[in-house]
Design a protein around this ligand. Structure first.
Ligand SMILES: [Zn+2]
Length: 334
């Protein structure tokens, strides 16, 4: 999504995890089959978006937008509190634990889970010719379930339609208008075209690259609340690592050319991606997670498993809980 999710450059492909590839009918159909189910969950967005939804895809029962019934916006965690959380248990100041320390109320904390790409503009294509959008949707749904199980009732999937760039504006507007307290964009990674190799999958010419693997976490230094964005990014990356996952190291390497990004934390794998629209134009802490590579043939199989979705969802939920309440980091579930 270099050109599509970031501003200022024209690039027909996508960016982090959104590389220009031809799409397959199978992938598109899979996405379309999944979409109606999710649109009902995302019905609360219908009054946020000015554009009229595609009537052919919307189930009839999508009626009252849930936004009207949402509670008043919960206060964002104070940066000082969040900063303590990001430092981890060892560095926690006991003063942060005194009664009255600012913490969020999970039942009112609005988390927007942004499903990367759209059914029309599906992002990357996996080694086995499945659209990234399909992976993003499945994982985001599992994360949503997990967060709601943990009491974060105001967690919402953000599903957008249409072409890539207009959909980015919609994403940002939806999150800002809510307003969300935390924005997390879910993606799966690929590689630039120059790294692609040919193979045949189920009798069809396909592309792969087994060279890189792993998750990565991105923030924009242009986000108005960069410090808090970074705090959450650090928590998320640490939790991914704690789940036994490894981060993708290639983005800091010169071999990536224009896709190179500054590595902000070489221990956990937090990168900056300053011009990414959904990270810089959102007026709340915003983080993008590349959950793993789907162009890597082994990792694609793992990313396709419910087990891996559970692992990642648990990591996200743990990070959100720590972000919301620093005491959780040292005391466990309260
Ligand atoms: Zn993507």
């Amino acid at each position: 999504m270099r050109g599509l999710l970031s501003s200022g450059k024209k690039f027909a492909g996508s960016g982090v995890g959104v590389w220009p590839r031809r799409r397959t009918v199978i992938a598109a159909m899979a996405a379309l089959v999944l979409l109606p189910i999710e649109v009902s969950d995302a019905g609360w967005l219908s009054d946020v978006f000015k554009g009229s939804p595609k009537s052919g895809r919307l189930p009839k029962h999508v009626t009252s937008p849930k936004r009207a019934t949402l509670a008043k916006p919960a206060a964002s965690p104070k940066p000082s509190t969040v900063k303590l959380a990001a430092l981890g248990p060892v560095a926690l100041n006991p003063l942060a634990l005194k009664p009255g320390a600012t913490m969020c109320d999970p039942s009112k904390f609005r988390i927007v889970l942004d499903v990367g790409h759209t059914a029309e503009s599906e992002g990357a294509t996996s080694a086995r010719n499945v659209a990234e959008f399909v992976f993003n949707l499945r994982l985001a749904r599992r994360i949503e379930e997990k967060l709601k199980e943990e009491g974060f009732a105001e967690t919402r999937l953000l599903l957008t339609e249409g072409k890539a760039r207009p959909s980015l504006v919609k994403r940002v507007a939806a999150a800002n208008n809510l307003p969300a307290n935390l924005f997390l964009s879910i993606h799966h990674d690929s590689v630039p075209d120059s790294f692609l190799e040919n193979w045949e999958f189920e009798g069809k010419k396909s592309h792969f690259s087994d060279r890189f693997s792993g998750y990565s976490v991105f923030v924009s230094r242009n986000n108005p609340d960069f410090k808090t964005s970074l705090s959450f990014a650090e928590l998320l990356a640490r939790e991914m690592k704690a789940q036994g996952l490894q981060y993708a190291q290639q983005y800091s390497q010169a071999i990536m050319g224009r896709y190179q990004h500054p590595l902000l934390n070489k221990e956990t794998g937090v990168y900056s991606y300053d011009k990414l629209i959904v990270l810089k134009s959102t007026r709340m802490p915003a983080v993008l997670l590349e959950a793993g590579s789907i162009i890597n043939r082994d990792e694609e199989l793992r990313m396709d498993s419910a087990e891996r979705r559970d692992i990642i969802s648990s990591g996200v939920a743990a990070a959100v809980k720590e972000f919301c309440d620093p005491r959780w980091a040292i005391l466990g579930a309260l």
